[in-house]
Design a protein around this ligand. Sequence first.
Ligand SMILES: Cc1ncc(COP(=O)(O)O)c(C=O)c1O
Length: 380
Amino acid sequence: MVPAWLAQNPRATPPLKFGREQRFVVNPDGIAALGEMLKECPRHAPTPLYALPALAERLGVGELRVKDESQRFGFGAFKALGGVIAVYDVLAGAVGQPSFADIMNGKHRQMTSRFVFATASSGNHGRSVAAGAKLFGNRCVIFLPKFTSVDKEAAIRARGAEVIRIDGDYDTAVAECRRQSQAKGWTIISDTSWEGYDAVPRSVMRGYCVLAQEAIEQWGEAPTHVFVQAGVGGLAAAVIGHLWAVLSERPTFIVVEPRSADCWFQSNRAGKPAFASGNADTMMGGLACREISPVTWPVVGLAADWFMTIEENDVLPARHLLAHPAGGDPAIASGPSGCAGLAGLMCVSAEPAAFAALKLGGNARVLLINSEGNLGEPTP
Ligand SMILES: Cc1ncc(COP(=O)(O)O)c(C=O)c1O
């Protein structure tokens, strides 16, 4: 019997086909070219994919690789990809698909300067949208929930954005962002979708796909297992969707969430989008979501193989292992949400029934994503 914190997806029964419904969410076409175009941005380079053989041995798996997004854009999180691309997509759509460089250099200023961008964020996505707006010279307003750290707020302000603090959680910040943006004519760059609003979140996920593409190019081999942490599910949809679409053999995908913000775990159980069972009061701020992004359902809801939850006290040991590796593995700085995939793998490897159910072992090649570095939260 698998433990109560691990649940199989009854809908993900092979043979699963990456079809039209999935392609609408995450389209693998043009992702390699997008990676090339990003090179026009200052400070952009692919992030490293580290091999951690000593940790792999300790956890009982054949190979373990960590895609280190703490180094993305010199920015500290994978989110840099989503917000910047989505802001570009809106401006490019308005102007008629010019290059990144042209918009950055103000060639279409007359047309592009009228856009004011807004989003709600627990911190990282807001920084990314702020960075995109700054890159292209637009005004930007970010709605932050109560729990976002002062360091994250400072990092957003440092990118020239205005910040509006909301006396509530992430979902309350989303609602307030929608209300004010509609009243003021601002363009919302949200990483989560809702009824009638999915084009921008799909742009955001298109940006995230770049990291999945880089990982397979860097590894040269396909992973057999991918542990991916989820908030609303945008990262999971991009990683699952892109790898599923481009690899000849589909890896086993395991979605990891904090127990108090288990909206995907509960949605899997319900067979449709459902609320988290807790109040999303978690130190894993990037994952502190009570609702999934509904547009991602055909990828994550239909095709993630397993869903699991982790506890708050699983975080520090995972961060510590990454920061202070044994046996010559590289040291990796991670934040509480960044190390959640590893925390999930550690829980599974400590529980024989879970380990066996996931078919982990000496032949497994496991991919993890360190989705953020330790911005404002020093490594333990
Ligand atoms: C560091 C980090 N990891 C993972 C996630 C989860 O991404 P998503 O909300 O797309 O599931 C977030 C979201 O903000 C994040 O900031």
